[in-house]
Design a protein around this ligand. Structure first.
Ligand code: PLP
Length: 398
């Protein structure tokens, strides 16, 4: 049965993904089930999206209630879920203004536009530069792609938006040496995700912030993957005491309903995007914002952040145990429930094997197993994951 759907999919969908050969049908907590009823422990959460786990009744009920009321209005009018979601997002982030988008890439597009407009208002020049980082990932649209520090993703689509320079994560001098009087923004993920799970070091981030303050440059933090509780803080930068001027969020923000946002402090908001400068038909629609509202409520009611703080050290400990035991495990790095296990060889065979054994994992680059489970995982789930992963480690010999 799955095979037929897969064949049909390969005839109908544009082949932009090499998909794993399963058709997922439903989910419950941290488990997913395919069409044939096979059960999978999910340590990918739809790429760091489904923080609350599948089939959360309160979340589902909130969406159903909103569907029966109103799904879409456009941004020509106000709607209550968007007002409430924006208020809550301001509260948990300490930022001042919210623009809702439909995805992470679109949040980055808005952030880039805001930075350019901000700089343009200052000096009327249209030659401003943005500094982004190597190994970064910010999305697949042209603007977000242009600041993505992976030449392989960009190559066939050049030229990008232009005036982008690339520096290195945790190498302050590589940033500083590229700053000039045209630099309008420094843009980075607080913890790099796709590029290999590289957390920013506190000292690095503080120096970048200070440089931005000194030179009147905007600091843009992409929290699309590392935000929304994943690192044990609502947003990863909150750990460092370093606040961005603009930040982007998405992925777990709606826990499955497509929604993102970029947020700004008041200073940036008052001198960047104004009426007519930016828009979206769907962004912040009542259904998406009902999801954001319920997600933020459930984070609070279920003490999700505290839970991540408790469970993450256990995950780290168990992963470190694998490093001790298996010579081909080079490193474990990450923050909270965003962890990378670095092997000295490609991880694809292990991920496939794990899938066969009922464990969903994803990679970050060729050699890194990325662990971004739903934030509600328990020690028992971690043990189960480690058990399956170990059996994969011991069965594959090359
Ligand atoms: C996934 C991701 C994006 C892009 O988000 P989409 O919703 O896929 O457009 C941007 N930045 C980071 C850090 C991401 O992980």
């Amino acid at each position: 049965m799955m095979k037929e759907y897969i064949e049909e999919a390969e005839k109908a969908l544009l082949h932009t993904y090499n998909r794993y050969q399963i058709v997922l049908e439903r989910g419950e907590g941290v488990y997913l089930y395919d069409l044939e009823g096979k059960k999978y422990l999910d340590f990918a959460a739809g790429i760091a999206v489904f923080a609350l786990g599948y089939g959360n009744k309160a979340y589902n009920d909130a969406l159903k209630a909103q569907i029966d009321k109103l799904i879409h209005t456009s941004n020509y009018y106000y709607n209550v879920p968007a007002v409430e979601a924006a208020k809550k997002l301001k509260k948990v982030s300490g930022m001042d203004r919210v623009f809702f988008t439909n995805s992470g890439a679109e949040a980055m597009e808005g952030a880039i536009k805001a930075a350019r407009k901000h700089a343009w208002l200052k000096d009327g020049s249209t030659n401003h530069e943005i500094i982004a980082l190597n190994h970064s990932f910010h999305g697949r649209t042209m603007g977000a792609l242009s600041v993505t520090g992976n030449p392989h993703y960009r190559e066939a689509f050049e030229p990008g938006i232009g005036n982008i320079r690339f520096a290195d994560m945790n190498d302050f001098d590589s940033i500083k040496s590229q700053v000039n009087d045209r630099t309008c923004a420094i843009l980075l993920e607080t913890v790099q995700g796709e590029g290999g799970i590289y957390p920013a070091e506190e000292d690095f981030l503080k120096k970048v912030r200070a440089l931005c303050d000194e030179k009147d440059i905007l600091l843009i933090l992409d929290e699309v993957q590392c935000g929304m509780g994943r690192t044990g803080y609502m947003f990863a930068w909150q750990k460092y005491g370093v606040k961005p001027d603009i930040m982007a969020t998405a992925k777990a923000l709606g826990c499955g309903v497509p929604v993102g946002a970029f947020l700004m402090n008041e200073k940036t908001a008052s001198s960047s995007l104004a009426a007519g400068d930016h828009g979206t038909t769907y962004g912040g629609n009542p259904l998406a914002c009902a999801a954001v509202n319920k997600v933020l409520d459930l984070f609070e009611e279920n003490h999700i952040i505290e839970h991540v703080g408790r469970i993450a050290p256990y995950l780290e400990e168990r992963l470190d145990g694998l490093k001790e035991k298996y010579g081909f495990v080079e490193e474990r790095r990450g923050a909270g429930l965003m962890q990378g296990l670095v092997l000295n060889k490609p991880v694809a065979p292990y991920i496939q094997k794990a899938l066969d054994k009922g464990l969903i994992l994803i990679n970050a680059g060729t050699n890194i197993i990325r662990l971004v489970p739903p934030l509600i995982v328990t020690e028992k789930n971690v043990d189960e994951m480690i058990g399956i992963l170990e059996s994969c480690f011991s069965e594959i010999h090359d």
